[in-house]
Design a protein around this ligand. Structure first.
Ligand code: NAD
Length: 501
């Protein structure tokens, strides 16, 4: 942590948050503007339920203005046709400005979504900056191709930017997921219209200013805060948007494909929900598994698309594993997000709190047992907190085993052999991630090959880097964020075939 930051003092962090002057306007064509209607919506902090900002409530007319500005910037070409060295310089500067704005961005992120301040400081803000810098470096290092042809001909295969990219993002990692989209989309030369989630617009609104300060020409990055139906839908349906890059629920992801079909057949890339399994074999290192499992579900309050939310464990070691998970969970501090000792903060909003508690009740109704946790916490704070929870005795047909809970709730089922473990692990509409815990190299290979998921971890969880692609199989979506592979989804391939004498 930087020396000037308040360190371990919760009151100092809160004072800094209270002193913030928060921008709530949309950002269109290089300037902050109110929604055309003049309407604003309340941005509520999950920490205590208080309104922290009034935010422009964008609708179709605002989205249209943003798309017009984005298109004009694209046609002008002062971004897509810049010298690659210059594009790299601007994006590297953007990353540096994000790093330089660490404290403000972290405060905004924690205020907006209730995640622990030290996570915002040490993870969300630096990872977002790293991502922009990672893609900046491709600007003058990525080559296109020349295809084999007959003599006297040349076939160039070139990546060309798509045009206007609509980026629609969720509230759980607002900065990181936004950076996963902005990095490759901007590197490829596109203009972007970003629609942050209505629960978490503040860091995106701030990013727009930093992008402008870094040298992105007006119109290249626009931000239209607002609700899904009011701002997301017109973006998805817009006839002049070339691509929607979406991260969010599977349900809304399906709408994106409908919007594309009903409008201009824009490209769609989807990063959707998950219900990721841990398969724990009897020969696993249970201590390591317990740590990977507990942090894999309780980090970010379980509001993580690839949270490992289902444990499928060999029956003979189930009780020992449960005891070890509980031991780790007891060391994870649930508390006020501005307290630097806090490792689990608040859930995003009242509605989500009710949904998570409702799942716990549904599990119990269907015959699961609460092994620990299961209750709301700090109800008198006005915020939305739930204890780290484990439901034991879960059967694969139960609602809690099938639906994404998106909260700090782990389900545990015992199985009798590897075949049953694999069947249950793959018995889901989702395919974002999975893990295998075993000391047998044969089992590790067999299961990691057979599990259906975009990432399979073996004897670890949640290890990742910008160098590895991230995304789903099945109804967890398609298209990949991170890694060089992400760049291709923001570009079209053009063949230029030339004959000469
Ligand atoms: P959500 O689908 O409700 O919302 C995501 C975005 O879509 C928001 O900006 C929202 O305003 C917008 N939206 C909602 N309804 C819309 C509509 N009718 N038309 C257009 N836009 C609309 O998801 P959420 O609750 O914000 O986020 C949680 C979900 O995101 C979980 O399912 C989680 O698994 C998923 N997620 C996936 C990944 C991944 O990389 N696979 C990462 C993070 C979150």
């Amino acid at each position: 942590m930087t020396d000037s930051l308040p360190g371990r003092d919760r009151a100092a962090w809160q004072a800094k948050a209270a002193a913030l002057s928060i921008e709530g306007r949309a950002f269109i064509d290089g300037a902050y503007v109110e929604a055309r209607s003049g309407r604003r919506f309340d941005d509520v902090s999950p920490i205590d339920g208080r309104v922290v900002a009034k935010v422009a409530r964008c609708e179709a007319v605002d989205v249209d203005a943003a798309v017009v500005a984005a298109r004009a910037a694209f046609e002008r070409g002062d971004w897509r046709r810049t010298d690659p060295k210059e594009r790299k310089r601007v994006l590297l500067r953007f990353a540096e400005l994000i790093r330089g704005d660490l404290e403000r961005l972290a405060l905004l992120e924690t205020l907006d979504v209730g995640k622990p301040i030290l996570n915002s400081i040490n993870v969300d803000v630096p990872f977002a900056a790293d991502c922009i810098a990672y893609y900046a470096e491709f600007a003058d290092k990525l080559y296109d191709e020349i295809a084999p042809t007959a003599p006297n001909e040349t076939a160039l295969i070139r990546r060309e930017p798509l045009g206007v990219v609509g980026a629609i993002v969720p509230w759980n990692y607002p900065l990181i997921i936004t950076a996963w989209k902005l990095g490759p989309a901007l590197l490829a030369g596109n203009s972007v219209v970003l629609k942050p989630a209505e629960q978490s617009p503040l860091s995106a609104i701030r990013l727009a200013q930093l992008g402008l300060d870094a040298g992105l020409p007006p119109g290249v990055l626009n931000v239209v805060p607002g609700f899904g139906e009011e701002a997301g839908k017109p973006l998805g349906l817009h006839p002049d948007v070339d691509m929607i890059s979406f991260t969010g629920s599977t349900e809304v992801g399906k709408l994106m494909m409908r919007y594309a079909g009903e409008s201009n057949l824009k490209r769609v890339a989807l990063e959707c929900g998950g219900k990721s399994p841990h398969v724990v074999m009897a020969d696993a290192d249970l201590e390591a598994a317990a740590s990977g499992i507990a942090w894999g579900i309780y980090y970010n309050m379980g509001e993580t698309c690839h949270a490992g939310s289902r444990v499928i464990v060999a029956a003979p070691v189930k009780d020992a594993l449960l005891a070890a998970i509980e031991q780790v969970a007891r060391t994870i501090t649930l508390g006020h997000p501005f307290d630097p000792a806090t490792q689990m903060g608040a859930l995003i909003d009242q509605g989500h709190l009710g949904r998570v508690l409702g799942y716990i009740e549904a599990g119990v109704r269907e015959g699961a047992r609460i092994a620990f946790g299961g209750r709301q916490a700090f109800a008198d704070s006005g915020g939305f907190y739930v204890e780290a929870t484990v439901l034991d005795g879960v059967r694969p047909t139960m609602k809690v085993a099938r639906e994404e809970i998106f909260g700090p709730v782990l389900t545990v089922s015992a199985v009798s052999d590897e075949a049953q473990a694999l069947r249950e692990a793959n018995d889901t509409i989702y395919g974002l991630a999975a893990a295998v815990w075993t000391s047998d190299i044969n089992v590790a290979h067999r299961l990691s090959n057979a599990l259906r998921g975009g990432t399979v971890w073996v004897n670890t969880y949640d290890r990742s880097s910008l160098a590895t692609p991230f995304g789903g199989f099945k109804q967890s979506g398609f298209g990949r964020d991170r890694s060089p592979h992400a760049i291709d989804k923001y570009a079209d391939l053009k063949t230029i075939w030339t004959a000469y004498k």
